[in-house]
Design a protein around this ligand. Sequence first.
Ligand code: KMH
Ligand code: ZN
Length: 280
Amino acid sequence: MSRNPLIITCSPVGAEVMRADHPAVPYTPAEIAREAVAAVRAGASLVHLHARESDGKPSQDPALFAEAIRLIRQEVDPIIQISTGGAVTATPNERLLPVRALDPAPEMASLTLGTVNFGSDVFWNPPDLIETFAREFLERGIKPELEIFEAGMMTTAQRLVKKGLLKEPLHYDFVLGVPGALAGTPRNLMFLAEQVPPGATWTVAGIGAAELTLGAIAIALGGHVRVGFEDNVFYRKGELATGNAQLVERIARIAHELDRPIATPDQARALLSMPPRSHP
Ligand code: KMH
Ligand code: ZN
């Protein structure tokens, strides 16, 4: 059995889930920070961050990100990973705004490695966009989390390594179960995990009910786990989670039973080959 510490990522809100889905979905920076801080206290060492306007509209406004980060950092010190996926309606420039504007630069940001159907929409990531994003990350020393929605995106990762646009060791997030993309099945998770090169790390974000099943499998396989309202708002069928922290707590309990200690933020940085955080 693997005993490497488990990195639990929490994504307290994405671009799609709304208060109609769960009344506690956070919108404002203060609400997002409150959910993130509770999740970190429950065992999350990495926070995947989206921003919303106060009416819930997805936003890439750097000021909203900066305020959420400031409030989180007042209380806890997780790795904070900015979303550059944003919403399917965001332009490439909008998606890059927080990467370009935040000072200090974010430690980490998401990078989706291809275009994919996304429900009834298309999440648009053509090759030139991916390469531009990867270059901007490299220039600022930002560690990418490679968002893998489809199997071919694994090949793209290797192509970008050969071009010098991604530095090893890579870190992958298998986002499984988006309608229109690779389904959230154990077989699909195994298929992707088997392709991870030596020295690289991976986590899984199962959408809906797959969050729990794939999370448990990832713990047993030696991978890492993402939970949170971006991907799933239910504790079990028909029962909403009380908050993001409840979803983190459950993963931490399962990890405990499977003999995986929970990574602290500093352990997570080391596991992901990231430098210790030095700036305030
Ligand atoms: N909201 C999706 C269109 C990411 O954060 O980088 C994209 C997404 C991936 O959530
Ligand atoms: Zn996201």
